[in-house]
Design a protein around this ligand. Sequence first.
Ligand code: NAP
Length: 323
Amino acid sequence: MTKIFIAGHRGMVGSAILRKLALDPYVEILTRNRTELDLTNQAAVDAFFAESSIDQVYLAAAKVGGIYANNSYPAEFIYENLMIEANIIHAAFKHGVNKLLFLGSSCIYPKLADQPMREEALLTGSLECTNEPYAIAKIAGIKLCENYNRQYGNSHGIDYRSVMPTNLYGPGDNYHPENSHVIPALIRRFHEGKINDAPEVAIWGSGTPKREFLHVDDMAAASIHVMNLDSGLYQQHTQPMLSHINVGYGSDVSIAELAVLIGKTVGYKGKITYDSSKPDGTPRKLMDSSRLNALGWQAHITLEEGLVSAYKDFLTAGTHLDG
Ligand SMILES: NC(=O)c1ccc[n+]([C@@H]2O[C@H](COP(=O)([O-])OP(=O)(O)OC[C@H]3O[C@@H](n4cnc5c(N)ncnc54)[C@H](OP(=O)(O)O)[C@@H]3O)[C@@H](O)[C@H]2O)c1
């Protein structure tokens, strides 16, 4: 039996990893919710690892939020994320956990990184100001893994890895009317448009920016794949100081294409309009996932299929949220 701790198992990504690992009869899963274990509390995290004999850790816990939250609570974003990562990674090392997977985000890359973004773009330019505190904490998480490997890899047999997902969507997403990502926000708006027979749904911006989206079940599969990769193969495709791996779908869509697809999935029959007076943001944001592809994994869930499961999730969870 492999004893696996999933940090953040109630979150969107952690719960997808939990669903997938639960299918493996040779795995014993360990979870703690925030009231049982506050991951920013160093002494509590240390005591938990000391008594748990953990073999592997998926580090999917983080303080996560949109632009408004990042702008309003920047101290909390940098402090809590640094504490969660440092506490877990150090306690894991101290109490004999050999394998750990840290989850970051594409926001670690410079604002003006070449597209598609390669792993090598890390630390080559300035970050997007709004999420700089969050991104700095995520970069620190990658560097914690790398430097624990460098110092203790040989002596203690540890192998800590990092994956950087693109935009994710699917079950467990946040459908808050003002504070959600583009896919859950559009699902909600088209659904409301359908229910209210609205003649049109207006999309912010021109619809031309292109974005990449990965279903969270694919993200869970990629995470487990990277965790279980043979260490020789992993080292062949990474470097000690450039060890993180991008996880993307491999292609992007324009916001207009996305809107049409979501409208179709939801069954909205009205018109879609674009409000070009609203800002567009970066024209394109796409991960280069060739490193992961060379390591034997690629995404399987198409946007069309994935949106069906996301809308089902919205109907069971999202419509009960009152904002
Ligand atoms: N969603 C995306 O589109 C996306 C894209 C790229 C990368 N990622 C990355 O994937 C990771 C997980 O994201 P997510 O979307 O799954 O976030 P999420 O749904 O907000 O889940 C985060 C989880 O962390 C837990 N957590 C936060 N602070 C904690 C603390 N102090 N003690 C204990 N638990 C704590 C939360 O617990 P509660 O349930 O109690 O709040 C929650 O279960 C993050 O590193 C994020 O950057 C996500």
